[in-house]
Design a protein around this ligand. Structure first.
Ligand SMILES: Nc1nc2c(c(=O)[nH]1)N[C@H]1C(S)=C(S)[C@@H](COP(=O)(O)O)O[C@H]1N2
Ligand SMILES: [Mo]
Length: 219
């Protein structure tokens, strides 16, 4: 993969560096976390919340917010901000694990549980994958089972405050038990799919499954 095909404004050097890490297997410890260990292998705890993205941070005010939830579903949705807030809201506490080696414990989130979204659209029986599309051109893919995890949310508040633009506000995906690149910021479309479609980092050497406890960083 080259710099061609990058979304407009993307920091090509940063993308090239992270592609090289994948080729070189950087940060791999080869360790496997014992069952039940909270911190995945090779991770270091941080207290702040680092910002990582392609270098473009779209400014999506809630008045312009629109989220499509579609694909192979019985009831596709286009959600305004009011419609998004009208979905069942819940609280959650979870950890974050970034492939660049930091983890942050006990984040307090508010948002819509993915189970509520799945119930609203009714994916067809053959659906096995969910693809996220973001306003900065970023994409990433997860399995329907990963998306349906009880701690997976579309979040809009962190530690009691609206999620900032730099962290993907007003609404981002949060799938805490996968490396954080699977948690799309500035999400504009959630596509339920019968076939898999590897996303931005997945086609650049990052692992399709991204389980931190199996150290699925690259592959
Ligand atoms: N839309 C979008 N989502 C994205 C990214 C991105 O570049 N664009 N980067 C991913 C990566 S690589 C990481 S580690 C996390 C970082 O989220 P944070 O900046 O809130 O820590 O967002 C993920 N989601
Ligand atoms: Mo990342």
């Amino acid at each position: 993969m080259t710099e061609e095909g990058l979304p407009p404004g993307t920091r090509a050097k940063l993308v090239a560096t992270k592609e090289a890490w994948a080729r070189d297997g950087r940060l791999l410890t080869g360790a496997t976390a014992p069952p039940g260990q909270r911190l995945p292998p090779g991770q270091t705890l941080v207290k702040d919340w680092p910002v990582l993205d392609l270098g473009v941070q779209p400014d999506i005010g809630t008045e312009h917010f629109s989220l499509d939830v579609d694909g192979a579903v019985a009831h596709p949705l286009r959600l305004t901000w009011a419609a998004f807030l009208a979905l069942p809201q819940s609280d959650s506490v979870s950890d974050m694990h970034c492939v660049t080696q930091w983890s942050r414990y006990d984040n307090h989130w508010q948002g819509v549980a993915t189970a509520a979204l799945i119930a609203a659209v009714s994916p067809k029986e053959e659906v096995r994958h969910v693809i996220f599309h973001s306003h900065d051109g970023y994409t990433t893919n997860v399995t329907l089972a990963q998306f349906a995890a009880p701690d997976a949310f579309l979040v809009h508040r962190w530690e009691g405050k609206p999620i900032s633009r730099q962290h993907g506000g007003p609404v981002r995906v949060l799938i805490p038990r996968l490396y954080l690149w699977k948690s799309a910021k500035w999400v504009r479309r959630i596509e339920f799919s019968i076939v898999d479609r590897p996303g931005f980092w997945e086609v650049r050497g990052y692992h399709n499954n991204a389980d931190p406890w199996l150290e699925e960083r690259y592959g």
